[in-house]
Design a protein around this ligand. Structure first.
Ligand SMILES: NC(=O)c1ccc[n+]([C@@H]2O[C@H](COP(=O)([O-])OP(=O)(O)OC[C@H]3O[C@@H](n4cnc5c(N)ncnc54)[C@H](O)[C@@H]3O)[C@@H](O)[C@H]2O)c1
Ligand SMILES: [Zn+2]
Ligand SMILES: [Zn+2]
Length: 379
């Protein structure tokens, strides 16, 4: 089957729309006709070489589409179902069986090696060169092959152009707070970086009843959005003194919880330094940078904790429908973050995300979806 995909052929090279061939469909997989895909900063981190991944590759892991073909071993999904896609997991290891699929023993193999565990590929160039997949999803394409464990069925009335990005960045932010930090009500919370992950975390902190919600960024426009979504205080760390502002807001106590989404060494350190006694911090960025701290002075002495949280430690099949429900109730207004782009504008969309102009770019891959009627929830 011939498809069109945005291929990255070298580190730091732009996405190129190319005609590829889809490989064989395995029994536990489905073919999905893509409708839309969010761009997550992790796609860009891999394109720019901030984390290693075999190239050439088709990135994209915030996709939504309609099932076109179902493998023989797939139960509960049918041709025509609307699906959002998240990551792949084995479903049988201890992590998967205890409700923590992002702790799957096979997680890296299934999501980061570019091939199936048996070494076979999903995408091929015209000359037969294999092209890596990402997350067994590779959503920057007109059609993809994905595993049944990537799939989240969504209601026929859900608009796939809006809900597409729920499978990664927003899920990560939301889950990092709910499952990683598990905040007590009326607590204080600071998020460093107000992209999709940071704002997902911020909306979750509000849902969880945080009384002080501080958003930190270097772009005033993003901080404005953070205020709209429930930040009680915002700090532009380029123009304001971060430590002084946080001390003033928390009356010198520091915050109970923090999340870093910037991956910048000094900011990650600041996200630990602003914690009060017993505070917990989650640094979640995909970053090549390290952070240096003294275990006794910076953690032990104040009973502080540092937690790593992958994909929000959430079960995507439970959390994504919950996010759609929260959105309907007005509690998770992520439509305020999105901007739609045509598929062939992918390089512009990525550039706008990197410059801070667009928080969550969504590529519309099938422009005929819903007779091309405008997306209603896109305010
Ligand atoms: N842990 C996981 O499972 C997981 C999942 C998805 C994404 N991620 C990672 O999370 C990170 C955030 O993703 P995103 O899509 O929200 O990215 P993003 O680039 O949209 O957001 C990062 C934000 O940090 C801000 N920033 C940059 N420098 C800053 C500074 N010095 N001080 C304060 N703010 C600063 C930027 O302006 C931007 O708003 C990325 O590294 C991404 O790869 C991790
Ligand atoms: Zn597993
Ligand atoms: Zn992502």
């Amino acid at each position: 089957m011939k498809i069109t995909a945005a291929v990255v052929n070298g580190i730091n090279e732009e996405y190129q729309l190319e005609e590829l061939t889809l490989g064989q469909l395995y029994p536990d997989e489905v073919v999905v006709k893509m409708v839309a895909s969010g761009i997550c900063h992790s796609d860009e981190a891999l394109r720019m070489g901030d984390a290693a991944h075999p190239i050439p590759a088709v990135f994209g892991h915030e996709g939504a589409g309609i099932i076109e073909k179902v493998g023989d071993a797939v139960k509960n999904f049918n041709v025509g179902d609307q699906v959002v896609m998240a990551y792949n997991y084995c479903g049988t290891c201890a992590g998967c069986r205890t409700g923590h699929p992002s702790s799957c023993e096979e997680w890296t193999t299934l999501n980061f090696t570019g091939a199936r565990p048996d070494g076979s590929y999903i995408f091929f160039k015209a000359d037969g060169t294999p092209v890596s997949n990402f997350f067994t999803q590779s959503s920057f394409t007109t059609y993809t092959i994905t595993n049944k464990n990537n799939l989240i069925k969504v209601d026929p009335e859900a608009d796939l152009r809006l809900v597409a990005p729920l499978g990664c960045g927003l899920l990560t932010g939301f889950g990092t707070v709910l499952n990683g930090l598990k905040p007590k009500t009326s607590s204080s919370f600071a998020v460093f970086g107000t992209g999709a992950v940071g704002l997902g975390a911020l909306m979750a902190a509000k849902i969880e009843g945080a009384s002080i919600i501080i958003a930190v960024d270097i772009h005033d426009s993003r901080l404005e959005t953070a205020r709209e979504l429930g930040a009680t205080h915002t700090i532009n760390s380029r123009t304001e003194n971060l430590e002084e502002r946080i001390a003033e807001i928390t009356e010198g106590l520091g915050v109970n919880y923090s999340v870093d989404t910037t991956g910048i060494s000094a900011v990650m350190k600041a996200s630990i330094d602003v914690l009060g006694i017993g505070g917990v911090s989650a640094p979640v960025a995909v970053t090549p940078n390290s952070v240096e701290f003294n275990t006794f002075m910076d953690l032990v002495l104040a009973n502080r904790k540092l937690v790593g949280v992958l994909m929000g430690d959430a079960v995507p099949q439970l959390a994504v429908p919950q996010l759609i429900q929260y959105h309907k109730e007005g509690k998770f207004p992520f439509d305020k973050l999105v901007k739609l782009y045509k598929f062939d504008e992918i390089n512009q969309a990525a550039a706008d995300s990197n410059s801070g102009k667009t928080i969550k770019p969504i590529l519309i891959i099938d422009e005929s979806y819903r007779n091309a009627e405008p997306l209603v929830s896109n305010k």
